[in-house]
Design a binder for this molecule. Structure first.
Ligand code: ADP
Length: 398
């Protein structure tokens, strides 16, 4: 009988899942992946097999209103799909591990209690990540669970990069810069030695450009800086988040405009960035297709911010050997890659337009002073690998 690892990424109204067949070696085959959207409103389930073909899934009743109900459906459907195969463990994407969790961890009651204390760090994400862990614990207490954090990979940031320059007595209890998208960067760092062995040892910027967007500076495969900070609001312009904003603007929203904490929070997480600038969409495809001047401005600002931060991280690294594009926009948009490289031409980047249009892994010419690569990310596989490794370890007496 086959063993499988289930990977869950639980949000406020969606539950993304992926199932990997566990096998020897790091490259576990994916057997099914999907999404349960509209939890609490109009729930809908979708699934694809390992080759990406759409699978039939059952219609969901409106009662699927929380993570627990959603998971019962996912488990029931998977049980029939996996023909009685055993789910040996569940790996969760958890946004915040705080200062304590610098590695993935097997979930115990104590771990869960500590992760709950981090809810104020990521109030719009952490509660939903933890709700999925609680739901699995209730529904399938026999299955061990592993929490994998978006913050852990950035544990190697030097102390100066972790600083939040406020009175330090405020910062003793975890108020520091962390960094996110860590599972994506860890995956890219894990495959770079095969894709480009020499570059993997060098100074690399990875551009994770999706709905959320950030850059990570790698030195010999370790994170030394990233554009996020204490929260996933900092840095680049994103689909609905603004990225770096003068903190005085936030004070003005409260004092000058009299907005409430909730209004400002919603504005910063859901109404700003590409959507806020364009008034058209948070989706890069819509913006690139639009003739609205505001949509063009949003794209221009997105590129401007990426190029500006590439400059900053190049300074941190003391030079640059490679720039790697990944995630939804980075993997699929030759236009955005072209425009970012154009804005970074001062680095000596010489893009191979044909390779870029064809979405090849190496998209710069041999003469380029900085190699430019496109590597699809795979956060789910990273979580599955951690889950398998931890559950096979001696500490797995959960
Ligand atoms: P997340 O995982 O953060 O939700 P993704 O990494 O899946 O985001 O990226 C989603 C974004 O990728 C979409 O919002 C869309 O803007 C962008 N995207 C996907 N395909 C393309 C494309 N062909 N051209 C431009 N942008 C694209």
């Amino acid at each position: 009988m086959d063993d499988f690892a289930l990977v869950l990424n639980s949000g406020s109204s969606s539950l993304k899942y992926a199932v990997f067949r566990t096998s020897v070696g790091a490259d576990w085959p994916i057997v099914v992946r999907g999404n349960l959207e509209g939890i609490g409103t109009a729930p809908k389930m979708s699934a694809r097999d390992g080759a990406g073909a759409s699978l039939e899934t059952p219609p969901l009743p409106a009662e699927v209103s929380d993570a627990r109900a959603a998971l019962e459906y996912v488990f029931a459907w998977l049980q029939s799909r996996l023909a009685g195969g055993r789910i040996m463990g569940v790996g969760h994407r958890v946004v915040h591990g705080g200062a304590q969790y610098t590695q993935p961890v097997i979930v115990t009651a104590q771990v869960l209690a500590q992760l709950r204390r981090l809810v104020p760090y990521a109030p719009l994400h952490q509660p939903y990540n933890l709700a999925a862990i609680e739901a699995v614990a209730q529904h399938r207490p026999d299955v061990p669970q592993v929490a994998c954090f978006d913050t852990s990979f950035h544990r190697s940031l030097p102390a100066v990069a972790k600083l939040v320059p406020l009175p330090q007595e405020l910062c003793r209890d975890g108020l520091q810069r962390y960094g996110f998208h860590g599972l994506s960067y860890e995956y890219i760092a894990s495959v770079l030695p095969q894709v480009a062995p020499q570059l993997a040892q060098g100074r690399v910027i990875v551009a994770h450009l999706g709905s959320g967007a950030s850059l990570c500076a790698l030195r010999a495969g370790e994170s030394v800086e990233n554009t996020f900070g204490f929260t996933a609001l900092d840095g680049l312009c994103m689909g609905t988040r603004p990225g770096a904003v003068d903190p005085g603007v936030i004070l003005y929203l409260f004092q000058g405009l009299g907005l409430s904490v909730h209004e400002v929070e919603t504005m910063l997480y859901k109404k700003s960035g590409l959507l806020g600038i364009s008034g058209v969409s948070n989706d890069m495809r819509d913006l690139l297709a639009s003739r609205e001047p505001s949509a063009r401005l949003a794209v221009e600002y997105f590129i401007y911010r990426v190029a500006k931060e590439v400059g900053a991280l190049t300074a941190v690294l003391g030079g640059l050997d490679a720039l790697v594009f990944t995630a939804g926009i980075g993997e699929n948009s030759p236009v955005i890659r072209h425009r970012v490289c154009e804005a970074c031409a001062w680095l000596g980047i010489d893009l191979d337009e044909e390779a870029n249009t064809a979405n090849r892994p190496r998209i710069s010419r041999a003469t380029s002073a900085v190699a430019v690569l496109m590597i699809p990310t795979n956060e789910e596989l990273m979580i599955a690998r951690h889950t398998g490794r931890l559950l096979a370890s001696p500490e797995a007496r959960w």
